[in-house]
Design a protein around this ligand. Structure first.
Ligand code: HAM
Length: 445
């Protein structure tokens, strides 16, 4: 009966779960809008080469790809950045810069499902294109932080670990690794914390094949370089290297801008972050829950070459992706998920067929006025209807009996304390608005 179950790593959302996702989307969207970002959306299915050529090896192994009925090689999107680079590239010349775009959507990666990692997950993407200086990096990192703070998390609840592929490229060049091979070496550095010494050496040897560089010296040097945890550590590593020293001036601008925005506490220098994706070129970062073992909440960085590689103009870019899975775990752990309340504002209790026509007129008018209204589709006794109304989550009932309808009124009942009031049907919309704002006392008993 495998068809009776969901596929591994895919979720189904009952309304209570969908409400959680809805809350996450709302907070993300509000934060992005407050920062002046505009919403866009890429296709779910894309030509396979978009990802095999642009995303890097790790993602390529995880693609949900297949051949469509027209014989095209296609893939579900594992991420949105290559689609963004193509879309912006196609119209960049006519767009005012910088371009601030965000998207919220589901991505698909054939990973081993585990805590914090699924095969279908939602992701917020926010990207800023057209500005090469560190002010843009600061803006994106600040937005990443605000997207977490918007849930009620405190700066001490998470860390945005900040690193720099530009410094790494320069450092690797000094060890004899040219820039076009640095990506491969950094994919090994990315595993420094997880891999065994033997595995790491084998991987580094493969990454440096054909070069003069000594794999164990590169590994050892990388370990020391990766240990930097402060601006002073960076300054020590850069000392005497003019290119690195010049880069540190940009680090200072970035850190100063974040401090000015009041975000100094959640940002930390950490050169172990190098990012698995192939296209990153400068500052990179990942956000983690403080002290936890969980996988990253968000990751991003600068990718200045991607738009041009996809046929567009030379357009600098920086952005991040934030997933819903680890974020939801963290919000639940901290008790920051609002209680589920999805009931109607009012439930019309229609008692008898004589009252139904008048009640339906009012229900339709109330709905058009913006209230959430349910009513009994079938006749029933008052007690049963009141139970149904409370089970639906309604706080108030609007009661239509033959006698009320004959007098041109409806009765309003508060289910919490069973108090009632009466309203002329001609006044229903303003009266019920007052009830929602002030409670049952807003209508006369
Ligand atoms: P990423 O680091 O691959 O970056 O993903 C960003 C975030 O998406 C992760 O930190 C995590 O929260 C979530 N995520 C990724 N894979 C999974 C998964 N299998 N299950 C659950 N959550 C997952 C990117 O995707 C880049 N395209 C981000 C970016 C945008 N860079 C520049 N602009």
């Amino acid at each position: 009966m495998s068809e009776a179950r969901t596929l591994p790593g895919f979720r189904e959302f009952y309304p209570e779960d969908r409400a959680v996702i809805g809350h996450i989307f709302d907070v993300w969207r509000q934060a992005c809008r407050r920062h002046g970002f505009r919403e866009w959306e890429p296709p779910v299915l894309e030509p396979l080469e978009l990802f095999t050529e642009k995303s890097g090896e790790e993602i390529v192994r995880q693609l949900f790809n297949f051949e469509d009925k027209g014989g095209r090689k296609v893939s579900l999107r594992p991420e949105m950045t290559p689609s963004l680079a193509r879309m912006v590239g196609a119209k960049a010349n006519g767009m005012p810069k910088p371009i601030r775009w965000f998207a919220i959507g589901e991505n698909y990666r054939y990973e081993k499902p585990q805590k914090g990692r699924l095969r279908a997950f939602y992701q917020l993407n926010a990207d800023l294109l057209g500005e090469a200086g560190p002010a843009a990096d600061a803006e994106i990192i600040a937005l990443c932080a605000e997207c977490l703070l918007g849930f009620g998390l405190k700066q001490s609840d998470f860390r945005i670990r900040l690193s720099d592929r530009t410094l790494w490229f320069r450092f690797l060049a000094r060890l004899g690794v040219p820039e076009d091979r640095a990506g491969l070496a950094l994919a090994v550095v990315d595993k420094l914390e997880r891999g065994s010494p033997a595995e790491l050496l084998t991987a580094m040897t493969a990454a440096l094949a054909g070069l003069d560089a000594d794999p164990s010296a590169v590994l050892q040097g990388s370990r020391e370089f990766a240990a930097a945890r402060s601006f002073d550590d960076l300054a020590r590593l850069a000392s005497g290297d003019t290119a690195m020293e010049a880069r540190l001036a940009e680090w200072k601008q970035l850190l100063d801008a974040l401090a000015a925005m009041g975000l100094g506490e959640c940002v930390a220098v950490d050169l172990t972050i190098v990012r698995g994706l192939a296209y990153y070129t400068g500052f990179v970062f990942e956000a983690f829950e403080t002290g936890g073992e969980a996988r990253a909440l968000a990751g991003g960085g600068r990718y200045d070459a991607l738009v041009k590689k996809l046929g567009g103009p030379d357009l600098p870019a920086v952005g991040f992706g934030m997933g819903d899975v680890t974020l939801r775990d963290l919000l639940e752990l901290r008790g920051l998920m609002p209680a589920y309340a999805d009931g109607p504002d009012f439930y019309a209790l229609i008692l008898g067929d004589d009252a139904r026509k008048a009640a339906l007129e009012d229900v339709a008018a109330l709905r058009r006025a913006g209230f959430r209204v349910e009513y009994n589709l079938r006749d029933g006794k008052f007690g049963k209807l009141a139970q149904a109304a409370e089970a639906a989550g309604a706080k108030y009932g609007v009661i239509y009996g033959g006698e009320e309808v004959a007098r041109g009124v409806a009765k309003i009942r508060s289910f919490a304390d069973r108090r009632e009031g009466e309203v002329p049907r001609s006044d229903l919309v303003p009266a019920l608005r007052a009830v929602l704002e002030e409670g049952i006392d807003a209508v006369s008993p």
